[in-house]
Write a protein that binds this ligand. Sequence first.
Ligand code: FAD
Ligand code: NAI
Length: 468
Amino acid sequence: MSSSYDLVVIGTGPGGYVCAIRAAQLGLKTAVVEKRATHGGTCLNVGCIPSKALLHASEAFEEANHHFADLGIQVGTPKLDLAKMQAFKQGGVDGNTKGVEFLLKKNKIDAYHGTGRIAGAGRVEVVSKDGGNHLLEAKNIVIATGSDVARLPGVEIDEKVIVSSTGALELPKVPKKLLVIGAGVIGLELGSVWRRLGAEVIVVEYLDRVLPGMDGEVGKQFQKILTKQGIAFKLSSKVTGVEVGKSGATVTVEPAAGGEAETLKADVVLVAIGRVPYTQGLGLETVGVQLDNRGRVQTDSHYATNVTGIYAIGDVIAGPMLAHKAEDEGVALAEILAGQSGHVNYGVIPNVVYTFPEVASVGRTEEELKKDATAYNVGKFPFTANGRAKANGTTDGFVKILADAQTDKVLGVHIVGADAGNLIAEVAVAMEFSASAEDIARTCHAHPTLTEAVKEAALAVDKRAIHI
Ligand code: FAD
Ligand code: NAI
């Protein structure tokens, strides 16, 4: 392999590998450096893909356990083979990581396995596990090193009793009692997996609501739905300590505002209080790349750091820590480096929680619009009034569209419901084209589909929904 490149990307998560492929498509001589044995980063190895595989399998188990009989299907009591389910999950991971390896080869991208360190302007040193060493020359360097689990002071993650998402995806048996710290997206997705498989799940959350950052009404409804499913919540509470003993963990919980502490027992404790940017070992101090006050690599609107020729994308910079955001930044940056005008519209990045029902949102929340004193109209439509949802027996949830009061432009859409993650795509496209609620309302939607609830919510913005 040559050691002189137009572009060297450090990290092959969704940000890094996509950036490398787009750069190679545009004719840049490109190499990637990855310290994991497989490509695909957090997302493919220990994030999006394994979690979705377990969500899919555990939902099928739940269906067979509790809902098949309602559909007239008698299968008896289904038995869980957790080892097989974990193998199913791993099959999905392997298929995806091998796919990335294939794509890198297909695009003639050189892949170096080892830890990358920026040794100076235009130089990346790669140290492989066996101690081997490569020095790469690069006209441009992209930092795409992603993020790591945020730790709770004094609570040591052993990935057995006290686990991060990585350990929670690998549990060898279903815990009797799982205590989740943090009612964010990881807590609720992985809490759902283990509840469906038979664990008693309690979620302790510092704030007074679940899914902070998402629309408030969505959070409230969604919490009710999860409570109905059997997940218990302890809101406005903080975990101040976890003691691991012979028979699991004893967790000390206090009211967030202060007050009397109580202790809760659990077999497994999942720490899911957020993620932090990962820059360890990159040598950023040596080359003088600036970080912001939250440890993220600071970039301008073209992903350039303060050091000429060094760029950064994905979880390691500001913005939502989402795979599709990282990918789009990868494409935009590759295009910028090739002299084109790459761009990401941060106002239209969908956010999906893959529970059942799913939660999906794009654009502004009602709380944000109120804070900015933006005048808006709301159109809401419940799935109880949607023909297909009724036929399928999946009537939990609603679609809510927020549109500008003067122009009718769609400002935000929030959905709780089966398949919400797919439903949100049409409004993301509509918003990219600056659509009004009227535009969505006048678009013919196939019957009977769940998408009709989106159309009806758009009609409801003008108070003329048909089916409610
Ligand atoms: P990463 O995917 O973290 O990749 C960074 C890569 O860089 C890693 O492979 C790492 O090994 C490598 N690296 C780091 N330092 C070095 C170095 N010095 N040298 C060489 N290599 C290095 N997002 C979604 O959009 N949808 C989801 O459903 C979703 N589910 C998730 C579920 C879980 C449990 C978790 C933890 C995250 C989930 N995410 C999801 C978030 C998503 O995984 C991240 O937003 C995404 O992976 C970020 O991509 P990235 O390329 O910036 O970094
Ligand atoms: P999160 O930021 O979504 O949620 C963390 C939660 O923990 C918040 O509700 C916060 O208030 C709470 N919290 C913080 N400190 C606490 C404490 N001491 N005690 C109790 N609660 C506390 O973070 P999470 O769930 O860890 O996920 C990390 C990131 O991974 C997400 O922000 C998201 O970007 C990404 N992700 C995306 C997924 C998706 O798109 N479906 C799935 C999983 C992860």
